[in-house]
Design a protein around this ligand. Structure first.
Ligand code: SAH
Ligand code: MG
Length: 207
């Protein structure tokens, strides 16, 4: 699986914000977790993390729900630091990463595994009932959004489920504090323990 992933990303340059070692760790956790239920990611962008998680789910005949409104985070908007003109719909004057996401899912052979949920995090979780084996949080990074995403989605996990959170920076000079504060809020609930950390990615396990 590791070789297959390396080869895929060498062959296809998929736009995204995920380190390969972090992706391999996501893949490894999803392979463990998928036995107990479906996985979900919040923040798919062009589908990079979707491939690491999706191939693990596919191997276990499990489903990956991929939630993203595909309108970009604050930093992807027109005029912002991570804006990509190739992902801009000029007719709508809006970001749209959904076409690139669909192409990645098709290229990686994951159409039989990935359910795209094209909606905001809030809307997607409003009626969510199915217990999840793993949730990967990589959506909006504002403090309010990252904290509510971590806290609200963590409540959708099955017992022994894993909450993975990306972009953890303890020190403000290294990066935004939203995901780190989200992680702290979840740990303070007392229902989770820190399982492992790989670079800026943490894995918390539900007791
Ligand atoms: N996991 C991706 C990177 C995600 S970038 C990778 O591997 O490359 C963050 C994504 O979160 C963006 O695509 C953005 O559209 C999405 N996002 C931000 N806020 C959101 C929200 N409130 N609801 C749904 N998606 C959101
Ligand atoms: Mg990220």
């Amino acid at each position: 699986m590791q070789n297959k992933l390396s080869l895929f990303f060498q062959k296809h340059s998929i736009k995204g914000f995920l380190d390969h070692d972090e992706g391999l760790a996501l893949n490894r956790y999803a392979l463990q977790q998928a036995d107990i239920g479906p996985c979900l990611e919040l923040g798919s962008y062009c589908g990079k993390s979707t491939v690491y998680l999706g191939w693990a789910c596919q191997e276990k005949n499990q489903t990956l729900y991929a939630v993203d409104h595909h309108r970009g985070s604050e930093e992807h908007q027109h005029g912002e630091l991570y804006h990509d003109p190739e992902l801009y719909d000029a007719n709508l004057s809006a970001m749209d990463s959904f076409p690139a996401f669909r192409s990645t899912v098709a290229l990686s052979g994951l159409d039989n595994t990935v359910v795209a949920v094209v909606a905001s995090s809030e809307l997607a979780r409003r009626d969510w009932q199915t217990p999840l084996s793993m949730v990967f949080i990589d959506g909006g990074h504002s403090e309010a959004m990252a904290i509510s995403d971590c806290v609200e989605w963590s409540q959708k996990l099955a017992s022994n489920g894993v909450l993975a959170i990306h972009d953890i920076f303890e020190r403000p000079e290294d990066g935004g504090q939203g995901p780190y504060l989200g992680m702290k809020a979840v740990l303070e609930s007392g229902d989770f323990t820190l399982d492992e950390r790989v670079k800026t990615l943490v894995f918390l396990r539900k007791k």
